[in-house]
Design a protein around this ligand. Structure first.
Ligand SMILES: NC(=O)c1ccc[n+]([C@@H]2O[C@H](COP(=O)([O-])OP(=O)(O)OC[C@H]3O[C@@H](n4cnc5c(N)ncnc54)[C@H](O)[C@@H]3O)[C@@H](O)[C@H]2O)c1
Length: 346
């Protein structure tokens, strides 16, 4: 199968740190043939690092290249305009998360893609983590019984940095919740189904910037299960555990540091169907067993899945609807935090 030829929009950030490297090394169905970045120096460095010759500092020039698709990895405030321009020019678009600054923009982008009969995907690549796929399988096969609760956490140390677009609400759309919580919400919705209502506690308690550095979200899913998402920009990276827990009536899984960029982490399963009430609650005799799987490169898998959508019409799990749904939940959390009450999404 001929590989899908991608151009990158915003080459110097996550594209340089992860995506280009992984695609070059592991992708079977997509390749990166041209780069665009507004920063000429970063562009030149990235091009040299990966041996990519076609480089541009403006989008119209990139779009004139012999490419079928673009991977948009620019700051969030640029997504709407750049995705619309690429679609207008007939290119399929894989856009980094969050799809846009808000749900309205994301819906416009998805509608336009539909109208142009082009593919629009969103970068919730953590669904390609082998441990997350295993959890999804276990839930689907009923191994955990009826799911009753989930928790997803993602943290990092993110002090004030001059010119950091993520620290300005108008440029990033929000702080820890918008940037990291989206992944957590996406995973919990993938495991437990769509959200029915949310309650959010968002605050800036350590750093001197306007977006939240601390976010705790309580979710109620349509199937009745409950969830917690917690995101902090103010916890040292070395202390990060990035916990993921799913509890059901027949057992539970928990994972450490699978929520992250490198596809690794540790997963533990406890299968224990208690037939009756045990007043002694012999927890230590039950225990979790570790499940070892071979990690996969998340960004290469994401690009491959998107490329197969183009080549074979097989729609990947992370198409634009997921990006819209994610922003709907995030917006409800911001509303909840402002109003101090539960916000319904139905
Ligand atoms: N899926 C993930 O794991 C993941 C991880 C990190 C970032 N992201 C997402 O990727 C996007 C970029 O984040 P980042 O951390 O790479 O940001 P960054 O600021 O580190 O890098 C952005 C790059 O885009 C360039 N740029 C700025 N404005 C541009 C424009 N208008 N057009 C083209 N290029 C432009 C910058 O010069 C820089 O090289 C965001 O949407 C972010 O949420 C996703």
């Amino acid at each position: 199968m001929e590989k899908v030829r991608f151009g990158v929009v915003g080459a110097g950030g996550i594209a340089r740190r992860r995506t280009i490297r992984e695609v070059q090394k592991y992708a079977q169905y997509g390749e990166i043939v041209a780069l665009m970045d507004v920063d000429a120096k970063v562009l030149e460095e990235t091009a040299r690092e990966f041996g990519i010759e076609r480089t541009f500092t403006d989008l119209p020039s990139l779009l004139k290249e012999d490419i079928e698709a673009v991977y948009v990895a620019s700051p969030v405030y640029a997504h709407h305009e750049e995705v619309m321009a690429a679609l207008q020019d007939g290119k399929h678009v894989l856009c980094e998360k969050p799809l846009a600054l808000n749900r309205k923009q994301a819906e416009e982008m998805a509608e336009f893609a539909e109208k142009m009969e082009l593919r629009l995907g969103v970068g919730y690549m953590m669904r390609y983590n082998v441990y997350h796929r295993e959890i999804k399988r276990m839930i689907g096969e009923g191994i955990l019984g009826q799911p009753v609760a989930g928790r997803a956490q993602l943290t990092c140390w993110y002090p004030p940095i001059p010119s950091a677009w993520r620290q300005v609400k108008a440029l990033g759309g929000g702080g820890a919740l918008m940037d990291m919580g989206g992944h957590c919400i996406d995973l919990l919705e993938w495991f437990l189904g769509e959200t029915e209502a949310v309650f959010g506690l968002l605050d800036t308690i350590v750093h001197n910037y306007e977006v939240e550095d601390t976010a705790t979200v309580v979710l109620k899913f349509k199937n009745g299960a409950q969830g917690i998402v917690d995101n902090y920009f103010n916890v040292p990276d070395r202390a990060a555990r990035n916990l993921l827990e799913i509890y059901g009536t027949k057992g539970a899984v928990f994972a450490e540091n699978t929520i992250g960029q490198d596809g690794r982490g540790r997963l533990f399963l406890c299968e224990d169907f208690a037939e009756g009430y045990d007043a002694a609650q012999k927890r230590q005799e039950v225990g979790y067993r570790k499940i070892d799987l071979v990690p996969e490169p998340l960004y290469a898998r994401e690009v491959d899945a998107f490329s197969l959508w183009i080549r074979e019409g097989r729609k990947p799990e992370i198409a634009a609807e997921i990006g819209i749904q994610n922003l709907a939940v995030i917006e409800a959390v911001y509303q909840s935090s402002q109003e101090g009450k539960l916000v319904s999404l139905v």
